[in-house]
Design a protein around this ligand. Structure first.
Ligand code: TMP
Length: 208
């Protein structure tokens, strides 16, 4: 069986943490070797960049922000993701390049074509086999974030930013449905779990 590179993405407040637990339990139940990691982060330099990127005190322009994200991603690919896949470990990454298209392209308004150039340069053809996109109504996401209290540099952005971000996520997923599974994360937790199980079963060739 090929090793699989799976990513999980969606706007802040879409419920990634709960879905990651579901994915973790699915891998445990199937006794498959897997590595969970995240972006920005996953390496020493990546986690240092993450601190800067999420800190509300950081002042940075959108292009620099994008380069910091791709710098973290390059190191993450070389040091963690590619070596794991090469030794037969599946990789589940909490956010990946879709987030850059959505947040920096959609949200910040940078040209998607420029992000695509950086993605090609950094990824050298490596793309996720499956991206689980958690889609959620903006008002629900914002109320979840408000409940969590203290917000990072991205979570503080306004709802217009997240509307644009969500729109790019959906456009990308709808353009390549063979690699994406759009999951309505406004549904009950049980339904979200079922949708995740179905997507993973399909990817790994298990019965639905
Ligand atoms: P999270 O992983 O806890 O959701 O936080 C990461 C934040 O970084 C989140 O608000 C989205 C943002 N982000 C980008 O803006 N672009 C990216 O490429 C990535 C990976 C994350």
């Amino acid at each position: 069986m090929n090793t699989q590179f799976i990513t999980l993405d969606g706007i802040d407040g879409a419920g990634k943490s709960t879905s990651l637990d579901t994915i973790r339990q699915w891998f445990e139940a199937h006794q498959l070797p897997v590595l969970f990691t995240r972006e920005p982060g996953g390496t020493a330099i990546g986690e240092a960049l993450r601190q800067l990127l999420l800190n509300p005190e950081t002042q940075v322009n959108s292009r620099t922000e994008t380069l910091m994200l791709f710098a973290a991603r390059q190191q993450h690919l070389d040091e963690v993701i590619k070596p794991a896949l090469a030794k037969g470990t599946h990789v589940v990454c909490d956010r990946f390049t879709d987030a850059t298209f959505a947040y920096q392209g959609g949200g910040r308004g940078l040209p998607l074509a420029d992000i695509a150039v950086l993605a090609r340069w950094v990824q050298q053809g490596l793309e996720p086999d499956l991206t689980l996109l958690l889609d959620i109504d903006l008002a629900v996401a914002q109320s979840r974030l408000a409940q969590n209290g203290c917000q990072d540099r991205f979570e503080q952005l306004d709802s217009a930013f997240f509307e644009r971000t969500r729109a790019v996520y959906l456009q990308r997923a709808q353009a390549q449905l063979q690699h994406y599974r759009i999951i309505d994360s406004g549904q009950s937790l049980a339904k979200v779990s079922t949708a995740i199980h179905q997507a993973l079963n399909h990817l790994f060739g298990y019965p639905a």
